[in-house]
Design a binder for this molecule. Structure first.
Ligand code: FES
Length: 162
């Protein structure tokens, strides 16, 4: 079946099968390079996307459920000043996540930094823990996310409508 959805602000029309997952389609048919897959069962978090304003592992979503949705991947934040600030700060602190989980953690961090709803430190720790790679101390990362969020109040946006 052919489905239409919005990917990083652009309308996409893609032919999908019932056997495909959203991660298959986004990587294989839409050319998204920031998504990685490993466990294919929702545990590693490396395939994280923002679907209709909420982070979710794309390996858990049947591809047909992309229909009519708004999807954000890390590509949507490239060339974004807040994203560049985040990467520089994490690199400077020596807590830039490893190559296996980096894209997923940076996407989730940007989601937390820019979402309109209040984000407390414990919220950020809990949410970032959904990407359980141990390369980075989650509390330190979460604290930096909260700090950068505080420095960029004008960056908050509705992810569902990007
Ligand atoms: S591949 Fe591990 S959560 Fe999707």
């Amino acid at each position: 079946m052919i489905i239409d959805f919005t990917l990083n602000g652009s309308t996409r029309s893609v032919n999908v099968t019932s056997a495909e997952r959203a991660s298959d389609v986004l990587i294989g048919k839409c050319g998204i390079k920031s998504i990685q897959t490993d466990c294919m069962s929702g545990f590693c978090g490396r395939c994280m996307i923002i679907k209709d304003g909420l982070p979710v592992p794309s390996c858990l979503i049947p591809a047909f459920l992309l229909k009519g949705s708004s999807i954000l991947t890390l590509e949507s934040y490239r060339n974004n000043a807040i994203y560049e600030h985040l990467v520089i700060e994490l690199d400077h602190m020596g807590i830039l996540p490893c190559r296996h989980c980096r894209n997923a953690k940076l996407l989730y961090a940007m989601y937390l930094i820019t979402r309109p709803a209040t984000v407390l430190l414990e919220d950020a720790v809990r949410e970032l823990s959904s990407i359980p790679c141990a390369c980075t101390d989650t509390r330190t990362l979460a604290a930096k996310v909260i700090a950068i969020r505080g420095e960029h109040p004008s960056g908050r946006m509705s992810h569902a409508h990007l």
